[in-house]
Design a protein around this ligand. Structure first.
Ligand SMILES: Cc1cc2nc3c(=O)[nH]c(=O)nc-3n(C[C@H](O)[C@H](O)[C@H](O)COP(=O)(O)O)c2cc1C
Length: 327
């Protein structure tokens, strides 16, 4: 079992989500929980290696432990992208074998790679060779008409053979024809039991489960069932307070619970610096809309921020005004 910072933090993680888990979102999540592992949006290896888009690696040192998710299918290019990520200081390099979008399919990477575990293994080997940090894989239980009971153990066995010590399984298939990426996160049924059986077959592989987890109670129950980690996507984004405020204590047995209000105050200097350097307030506040989800005043909080954030000169005073609305 790995024992580095990212592996320990992976008991609970916030999933990689394109356009959502950008650096501002991760900074906010880090204020809510000091321990939870955070993932970047997927960055494609070609964009880094051929496109030289180094800004895609930018992050704030406060975000640690933070993992870089890569997309790609070329071992040489992925190794180079992994090297760039490790050099930038990421604690883990993760390979995306779960994304079903058309754009990604045409580049022959993402979920379609479930059909070619030998190539994924080759990619993992090349990436491991290039970096010292953990190289992990996020996969599905299968695609299209594959039989997950056959495909998943075969896939994981190839990952173990390639020296991958940690895998995150989104516990549903991706249907590559006919479903949108959004539908592919809801319609194919979840099969937690299959992932739990994999832990029996591969006891030394660190296995995290992902898909449909909406509370810390549910996450704890999954850990109690023998799994090593739980990754939460949409619920962590839409109800960050519910998922992350008590995560340090409940999932890691350390630290104190945070509150949304405390975190709003704590993020003000970050917002101030961002706006002072020419950034837009909305780039940060769009990730804060769910902070008071389910609490009285939540709607006014959201409305004040979303209507005001794009006005010229908008800054921290708008955030404090919105906070007054909740209080
Ligand atoms: C807006 C959005 C963007 C996503 N982008 C990625 C991505 O870049 N890489 C990836 O592996 N999964 C991506 N996913 C899938 C999530 O990581 C996760 O596997 C999925 O949402 C299921 O977990 P959940 O039910 O907890 O949300 C995305 C999901 C959403 C909602």
């Amino acid at each position: 079992m790995p024992n580095n910072a990212a592996a320990l933090a992976s008991r609970l993680s916030v999933a990689p989500m394109m356009d959502w888990t950008d650096r501002h979102c991760r900074y906010l999540h880090r204020l809510l929980s000091t321990r939870t592992l955070l993932y970047t949006e997927m960055v494609t290896a070609p964009a880094l290696v051929r496109g030289g888009a180094l800004h895609l690696l930018d992050y704030n040192v406060q975000e640690h432990p933070v993992a870089l998710q890569l997309g790609g299918a070329d071992p040489v290019e992925l190794a180079e992208a992994a090297r760039m990520g490790a050099e930038a200081g990421y604690d883990e390099i993760n390979l995306n074998v779960g994304c079903p979008s058309d754009r990604v399919q045409s580049g022959t990477f993402g979920a379609v790679l479930m059909k070619n575990p030998a190539l994924v293994a080759q990619c993992v080997r090349a990436m491991r060779h290039a970096v010292d940090v953990d190289v992990t894989v996020k996969c599905r239980i299968g695609v299209d008409d594959q039989d997950p009971d056959v495909v998943l153990p075969e896939f994981l066995s190839q990952m173990v053979g390639a020296g991958c010590t940690r895998v995150i399984v989104h516990a549903r298939k991706a249907w590559l024809q006919g479903l949108s990426p959004k539908e592919n996160r809801d319609i194919p049924p979840l099969d937690y039991a299959l992932v739990q059986r994999m832990k029996e077959i591969f006891p030394n592989l660190h296995l995290s489960i992902n898909g449909g987890v909406t509370s810390l109670d549910q996450a704890e129950a999954l850990l109690d069932s023998g799994l090593d980690g739980v990754m939460i996507g949409r619920s962590a984004y839409h109800q960050p307070t519910d998922i992350l405020c008590a995560a340090d204590r409940r999932m890691f047995g350390a630290g104190h619970d945070t509150t949304a209000e405390e975190v709003v105050h704590a993020i003000l200097p970050y917002i101030e610096a961002h706006v002072a350097s020419g950034g837009k307030l909305g780039q940060i506040t769009r990730h804060m809309l769910g902070l008071f989800a389910g609490q009285p005043g939540a709607r006014l909080w959201r409305r004040t921020l979303s209507e005001g954030a794009h006005r010229p000169g908008a800054g921290t005073s708008l955030v404090l005004e919105a906070l007054d609305a909740v209080a």
